[in-house]
Design a protein around this ligand. Structure first.
Ligand SMILES: [Zn+2]
Length: 448
């Protein structure tokens, strides 16, 4: 079998055909797969069968895609409560891979894959990378963590199936990342956006400008990020920063991914059905309006998910994409409902703060939000790194930038914050998902 289809000038291959399936055929395929998935779950997963029975709904009641609204939701707590294998719909003898999320509190969650699930995963990653303009001959530095985390191994097999050269470097060891990137001639990198920003500056400290390397595409995901962050990355490195979306509970990376139009990830709708719902009522939001993303897997065998509540806030992007794919898009996830901070009664998202900060000149995309409770009042401090010249410039520069940042944050969030400018390399760096918020309010409340 040849790989001509994804050679430099190739544009089409049966493997990617489903990206362009006519709408009617796509919905028919979804319905057929939904019916099969619900049947599989009903007969193999006790918890979901009990819930469906309690609602008086049987698999054969699903006659249209809208009937999905008769099915119960699945929550992350369901995975914890049935730890480790309670939601599996395949016997363990058919499960060829396990992954798990570490989970900061309590039990981790465990997910499983059959051989066919591995094929599905490989296929969606292959389509994601192809949509990002990657092909045979590309050298992909995969800096997502290898191990129980789905990021590393998830990207790995799809990248190989594409015919690209994979460097399975995993996360961490920034010095080696830079040397390998330079010496091996990596043309693409996969990691979290915050780790990539760390690599930009680590490279600079070693005298390596990423702009001068052959690197041309970044596949970024596994944490919320903003358009401002994308602009910063693209400006600093001249690469295309592509958003890939996924979560372990559904498959890992590859639930959706952006094409080169960079207008939000296309969801691989032949494998995943998405709904955008009002998080309070569970009612569907009209196209284009913001709500919680709820996902149902359509072809997973080992651990199908029915109406999984992601807590990711997004909207369906109406209208066709310039690339010609018929798969619908969602807006890149920049916030999650459980990221929400309540500061003096006001709802604040870290992404709002990120967007406000990065609009002010001379700021660097390293910041930390510190919440404290002082004299019965919430206090929000934002520590942010600024370029080194700010500290050596004329007196008054610091104050001017502080004031500008304070204003930007207050007008975006409605909350006044104390701004602390710090020198480059002051705030802690993360090799995976960035920790932006330090909430000390509970500790403060315990103080005598
Ligand atoms: Zn597109």
């Amino acid at each position: 079998m040849s790989f001509q289809w994804n050679d430099l000038n190739g544009t089409f291959h049966p493997d990617t055909a489903l990206d362009y399936l006519p709408e009617g055929q796509l919905r028919a395929l979804q319905l057929q797969r939904l019916q099969a998935t619900v049947g599989r779950v009903y007969h193999n997963v006790a918890l979901l069968r009990e819930r469906m029975d309690a609602r008086g709904v049987k698999p054969e009641d699903l006659r249209t895609l809208d009937d999905i609204r008769r099915l119960p939701f699945t929550e992350k707590t369901d995975l914890r409560d049935t730890y480790p294998y309670g939601l599996f719909a395949s016997p363990m003898s058919d499960v060829v891979r396990l992954h798990a999320s570490s989970g900061t509190t309590g039990k981790p969650i465990v997910v499983g894959y059959t051989l066919q699930d591995m094929e599905t995963w490989k296929n969606v990653i292959l389509r994601a990378l192809a949509a990002a303009g990657l092909h045979r001959g590309d050298i992909i530095q995969n800096a997502y963590g290898y191990g129980l985390f789905t990021g590393g191994l998830g990207l790995h097999y799809g990248a190989e199936a594409l015919g690209a050269t994979v460097i399975p470097i995993s996360g961490g060891n920034s010095e080696r990342q830079i040397l390998v990137m330079r010496d091996f001639g990596a043309t693409a990198i996969c990691c979290t956006p915050s780790y990539f920003i760390h690599l930009i500056e680590h490279g600079a400290s070693m005298g390596v400008k990423l702009k001068d390397l052959p690197l041309r595409v970044g596949i970024f995901g596994a944490e919320p990020w903003t358009e401002e962050m994308r602009c910063f990355i693209q400006r600093e490195t001249n690469i295309r920063a592509i958003d890939i979306y996924g979560l372990s509970e559904i498959i890992g990376p590859g639930v959706g991914s952006e094409c080169l139009c960079q207008q939000g990830p296309h969801i691989f709708e032949d494998h995943f059905l998405f709904e955008i719902l009002d998080p309070r009522t569970g009612d569907p939001m009209p196209d284009g309006e913001e709500g919680e993303l709820v996902l149902t897997t359509l072809s997973k065998q080992a651990m199908p998910m029915i109406r999984y509540r992601t807590h990711d806030i997004t909207r369906a992007i109406p209208g066709p994409c310039g690339c010609g794919r018929t798969l619908r898009r969602i807006e890149r996830i920049s916030r999650r409902s459980d990221d929400m901070l309540i500061v003096r009664g006001v709802n604040v998202f870290p992404s709002q703060i990120e967007a406000a900060l990065l609009k002010v000149e001379k700021t660097l995309p390293h910041y930390q939000i510190v919440l404290r409770r002082e004299r019965e009042m919430d206090e929000m401090e934002i520590r942010i790194e600024v370029t080194a010249d700010v500290f050596s410039d004329r007196v008054g520069e610091l104050e001017r930038i502080e004031a500008r940042l304070g204003k930007a944050v207050e007008s975006t969030t409605g909350v006044r914050a104390r701004i602390s400018l710090v020198e480059p390399q002051t705030l802690q760096r993360s090799e995976g998902k960035a920790k932006r918020v330090l909430d000390l309010r509970k500790l403060d409340a315990l103080k005598p």
